[in-house]
Design a protein around this ligand. Structure first.
Ligand code: MG
Ligand code: MG
Length: 252
């Protein structure tokens, strides 16, 4: 069932989103050669809790840590495990929190030190795909318009869209209806209406779209072992379009 959020509910989700944006800003700045994924995980726990929020990933379907960290050929759901980051890694941070009963879910891929040109292009194109998806999330459009915008940008740049993992509705639960695929046809799917809150999260492979799950039961890797990249925002649809709840206000 799809629930549309009332104004006062979106207000709380905005407060959750702002907190998560601050946390991710902090975590992204930690990514550097020599830093371990466990250090970033501990920082996530600390930064979330000091904002009167709960690290919702902890224990979610049994997930053992406070955020997902996926490096290079890891696609999503990587478990912080003490891995030491090295120069040139591309590092996806996916984090969620619960504030006063409301979820925010967001993430980004950052380069560790200097990344090669192709890695930098993969990151840029994926970030742009998310922005195009958000721009398509306006009242009167359909879910398929979001997926189509994301897919078109990814594929015209020579990359592939991972199919098995999608964006989603969000609110009192992290994963609510509807699913928000990163591919689709214009005009298909449910109509986008004010009060709809979504997490949009393009997941982009440098090579083929196929993925595998590691024996830990969580970490998704590319089948061809090439790199993968990811960006995510939680948004709320208003009468004029999408408001990004997990973006920090522009510095002036
Ligand atoms: Mg999500
Ligand atoms: Mg997420």
């Amino acid at each position: 069932m799809i629930t549309l959020k009332r104004r006062e509910e979106v207000d709380l989700m905005r407060q959750a989103g702002r907190r998560l944006a601050e946390v991710l800003d902090h975590l992204a700045a930690l990514v550097a050669p020599g830093v371990t994924t466990t250090e970033i995980d501990r920082a996530a726990n600390r930064e979330i809790r000091r904002r009167a929020s709960f690290p919702g990933f902890l224990g979610y379907e049994g997930f053992p840590k406070h955020l997902c960290i996926s490096v290079n050929n890891q696609v999503v759901h990587g478990i912080p495990d003490g891995r030491r980051l090295v120069e040139g890694d591309i590092v996806s941070l996916d984090c969620g929190l619960i504030y006063q009963g409301w979820w925010a879910d967001a993430g980004l891929t950052v380069s560790c030190g200097e990344v090669d040109q192709e890695g930098a292009r993969l990151i840029r194109v994926t970030r742009e795909a998310l922005e195009l998806g958000i721009a398509a999330a306006v009242p009167g459009n359909h879910l398929g318009d979001i997926g189509h915008a994301v897919q078109t940008h990814i594929e015209t740049n020579g990359y592939s869209v991972v199919r098995g993992y999608t964006g989603h509705g969000i609110g009192r639960d992290m994963h609510e209806a509807p699913e928000v695929p990163n591919h689709g046809f214009p005009g298909r799917g449910i109509e986008i209406r004010p009060g709809l809150c979504l997490a949009i999260e393009p997941i982009v492979n440098e090579g083929e779209p196929g993925t595998l799950v590691e024996p830990d039961g969580w970490t998704v890797i590319t089948a061809d072992r090439r790199r993968s990249c990811y960006f995510e925002h939680t948004i709320a649809i208003g009468s004029d379009g999408a408001e990004v709840l997990t973006r920090l206000p522009e510095a002036v």
